[in-house]
Every structure is written in structure tokens, then in C-alpha cells.
Design a protein around this ligand. Sequence first.
Ligand SMILES: *[C@@H]1O[C@H](CO)[C@@H](O)[C@H](O)[C@H]1NC(C)=O
Ligand SMILES: *[C@@H]1O[C@H](CO)[C@@H](O)[C@H](O)[C@H]1NC(C)=O
Ligand SMILES: *[C@@H]1O[C@H](CO)[C@@H](O)[C@H](O)[C@H]1NC(C)=O
Length: 323
Amino acid sequence: MRTPNYSTVRFKNLFPKAYIYILTFITLCLVLLSSTSFSSLTTTLSSSPKNTTQPPWLLITSSASSDFQRRLLVRWTWVSLFHRSDIFDHIFAVSSTDPVLLPLIKKENDTFGDILLLDNIEDTHWTANHIKPFEFFKRVTNKAWKGRTYKFVSKVDQDSFIDPVRIWNRYLKGRMHDTGIEEDRLMLSMSHEAFCECPAPQGSFYTLSWNLAKLITRLYDGMEDRKDIGQEDCMVGRFPTQAGELYEFISMDEEESFDVIGEKGVAIAKDWSNDRAERGPLEKMAKVVFLHQMKEEWKWLAVKEFFNEDGWVRNGSLGETVS
Ligand SMILES: *[C@@H]1O[C@H](CO)[C@@H](O)[C@H](O)[C@H]1NC(C)=O
Ligand SMILES: *[C@@H]1O[C@H](CO)[C@@H](O)[C@H](O)[C@H]1NC(C)=O
Ligand SMILES: *[C@@H]1O[C@H](CO)[C@@H](O)[C@H](O)[C@H]1NC(C)=O
């Protein structure tokens, strides 16, 4: 009986100090734990240039010239949510020849510094879906964006919401270790092959290795008459295919991607290709890296609620952590 009493007394005397030690210990454990659970992200960052000024990946949102509001939504949602990872730069490609809009777009860029302006191309549906992406790939691969070069470049539609960290970890990070990255010809997207009759991406989001983007824009430049050019997404595949140039098409997991449809307030996941089925409410989706067809603002805002900086949050709790 005496021993337990004795230790109880000692413990009581020590309590104020022990309390501080225990708190310190718990804090340390928490710090260690969180750094462990983010270790994969840290690994990503140490193998990519976290502490240099040059991220390896350039994401380009193709944006309609007058859609100032959508650009704000993009900046304030997925771009700012994931930007801390330092794996990507994000810019908007805007085309316009409109003398009223041009000064406004330049003003916008004075504030945000993230607009690549193609002021030699009108902003029409036709240009956006046929030539604009090739024009902005051409500009950036010629070092027109702050003189930088990257390993990968992506085109993103302004109604696509993406999680670049998870896409990086799953599909791109590994390729950075390959010595042959410069020769690498990667095309990463949802497959559009059935429609385009060659391995080709879905236009709302695709990633090319830098060299492949250069090759494709060279082939685009060599076209005799651009009026005959096909739909952009197919052409991304057709240019190299028709020139007999090899590339590697990697198809993203279809489970990770869907269109967002539904009536106001009821966002529903649907397979991206129109002839495929509805999948159900967003909260039923397990893992998501890429959502599209969110022209309506309410969809964008509904989807935003499903993401935090670790990615997709499933049914109010954290989804799978970044791996
Ligand atoms: C970047 O971080 C790595 C790993 O933390 C370190 O070894 C390296 O010296 C750092 N480089 C610069 C330029 O700060
Ligand atoms: C937009 O701002 C960036 C960063 O300051 C700059 O590099 C770029 O040339 C600007 N673009 C236009 C169209 O002014
Ligand atoms: C969300 O989780 C709760 C509690 O785990 C569950 O009862 C509910 O059915 C889930 N909702 C959906 C849509 O999966």
C-alpha cells in the first residue's frame, strides 16, 4: 500500500512540471505524426524543386476573354488550394483582339500576373476549339512565359476543377526519376481514342511532356491551311500519329473523373462521355482528381466544398491521403 501511495504523492508533487513535459511530448508527437503523414508529399517536394523557383509543371487554363469572374473562381479554388505544393505554375491563356477588353485584361494581369495573352487571335468558339491551345503551347515552349521551361505542360478548361498534387503523385512524379525525361513523350488524359481514331486526349484536361508539346506545335506550324484543322483534342493525337511520331498515351483512371450535372443544388457525377451512365451524388465518389463541365457557378462552388488541400474529401471526412 505504501508504495502506490508514495508514488501517487510524488506524482502529485511533480504534476505541474510533468504536465508541461507531457504537453511538450504530445506536441512533439503531433508534429512528428503530421510530418509522417505528409511524408509522401514532402518526398514529392524534395524530388521536385520545392526550394528552387522553378516548378516542373505548367498548367494552362484556357479561359474566355470576358470571363473575369471564372478566372477569379479558378484562382481562389484549386489553384490557391494546391499551389503551396510548389509542383506547378498556373497561368490563364486568353485570346482577344477586342479593343475594349484588351486593356481590362492587361489591368487584370497587373494584379495577378498570370495571364498569357494571345492578342493576335480572336476569341471565338472555333479558335478556342481548334487553334488556341496550339498557339499557347507554341508560345510557352518558346519560353514566352517568363523565360521558363518545364517538364510537363497541361491544358485545362475553365470549367475543369483538378487536384494537381494527386495527379502529380500518381502519374508524373515517377517519370521525373527517369533519366530520359527529355526524350519522354507522354500524353496523359482521359482517352478519347474511340472518337478521334488515334490515341488522343479529352480536351478538358490533358498533360504533355514538354518535348511532345514542342513536337506537336511544330507539326501544327507546318500545316498548310489551318482552316482545315480538326477539333483540338483529336488533333493533339493526330499530329504526331499522322507524322509517324511515337508517343505514349497514359489513360487516367476513369473512376477519378466525371462530369458534374444536376439541377441547382443537386450536383451529380456522370461519366464524361455523354453516352455513359450517371454515377450518383458527389458524396458517393471515393477518389476524385478531375471534374468537368461546370459551366454553372453553383456547380463549381458545390464541388469546391469537396476539396481541401489534401484533395477530395469524401462524405465530410478526409479521403485517401496523398500517396
Ligand atoms: C533544397 O532542399 C534540399 C533538401 O531539403 C537541400 O538539400 C538543398 O540544399 C536545397 N536547395 C536550395 C537551393 O535551397
Ligand atoms: C502578365 O504578367 C506577367 C507577370 O508579371 C508577365 O510576365 C506577362 O508578360 C504579363 N502579360 C501581359 C499580357 O501583360
Ligand atoms: C455519409 O456517412 C454517413 C455516416 O457514416 C452515412 O450514414 C451516410 O449514408 C453517408 N452518405 C453518403 C451519401 O454516402
